[in-house]
Design a protein. Sequence first.
Length: 237
Amino acid sequence: MENTVLHKANTRGHANHGWLNAYHSFSFANWYNPERVQFGVLRVLNDDTVAAGMGFGTHPHDNMEIITIPLEGDLAHKDSMGNESIIKTGDVQVMSAGTGIQHSEFNPNADLQTKLFQIWLFPKTRNVTPRYQQITLDVAKQKNNFAQILSPNEEDEGVWIHQDAWFHLADFEKDFSKTYEIKKAGNGLYVFVISGTITVNGQELETRDGFGIWNFKKLEFTATIDAKFLLMEIPME
């Protein structure tokens, strides 16, 4: 297929620090791949497992939209804006780092690991006032559907960020098909399979595979076995 890029799960960067087992879809920390720096404004897609009681100490960010999606367990968050919260499986959290924030994240459970995606997008406007938002999703809406979890619009379903991006989570039963239509002309789509196997316009994707595609209007998604996946529609420039 033209205008596509396929990132198989076993081609990702990997770093096991003991307390943190991380897989990187795009260049991050000590893993650098010149062909895998970003996809459009999507800069980071980290698939992290944090050991019980461990976490990330206080560290800074600026001019980045940061999205955290817990997949298993909980994550305790604390930041320089005064926010303290527990992000649970089924939640989504965003931070607009803007002019600058500091935050820490750790697994508050003594006997359970935490699994999460952390995603960074470049913002469309630099040096905005930092902001924080966290919501609990209605996971039932994801069944055989593209359930919107993020958009550029405060009034829309899900969280919002300073970028013309739309994220959806989907949980398809075997053989179910549905068509995705691009929200904004010029945007691309990066698909990441959480579990199971799907086809996107005939391209097969397995667990933890990533697939980017641009210059399209509609895409056909079919689950070849039960599958959960994340759709990230983002500007390509």
